[in-house]
Design a protein around this ligand. Structure first.
Ligand SMILES: [Fe+2]
Length: 110
C-alpha cells in the first residue's frame, strides 16, 4: 500500500475504512508520535497483504491472481521497511521480539 489509493468508500470489518489511520494522532504524546506512525504503517501493510491475498483467492483470472500475489509480496517488503525504522527508535521492541522468539523456541523446540 502506498497511500492514497481509491478504495476509501469500502468498509472493512467494523466501521473502519481501508485508508483511515487506526489511531487518533491528536491523542498521542509527542515523543511517541513516530513510533505510532510506524506501527500504523505496519498495520496498514499487514492489512494490505491480507486484502490482496483474499482478492487473489477470489478471482478466477490467472493474470489478476498473479499480479495480486506479486503486490502482496511487495507489501511484505513494506512491512520490513516499517519494522526496520521502528526498531531503530523502539529498543524495547527489539528486546521483546527476542523474548518472543525465545519463548516460542522453548515451547516448540523451533
Ligand atoms: Fe505497501
Amino acid at each position: 500500500m502506498t497511500g492514497g489509493y481509491a478504495i476509501k468508500n469500502y468498509k472493512t470489518r467494523g466501521e473502519r475504512v481501508l485508508s483511515q489511520i487506526p489511531i487518533d494522532i491528536k491523542k498521542i504524546k509527542k515523543e511517541d508520535l513516530n513510533k505510532e506512525i510506524l506501527r500504523a504503517g505496519l498495520i496498514a501493510e499487514l492489512d494490505a497483504i491480507n486484502l490482496y491475498e483474499q482478492l487473489a483467492a477470489m478471482t478466477t483470472n490467472k493474470n489478476i491472481k498473479k499480479v495480486l500475489m506479486d503486490i502482496a509480496e511487495e507489501e511484505k517488503t513494506h512491512v520490513g521497511e516499517f519494522q526496520h525504522l521502528l526498531l531503530q527508535i523502539d529498543k524495547e521492541q527489539i528486546k521483546e521480539l527476542e523474548k518472543g522468539k525465545k519463548e516460542v523456541k522453548e515451547l516448540t523446540g523451533k
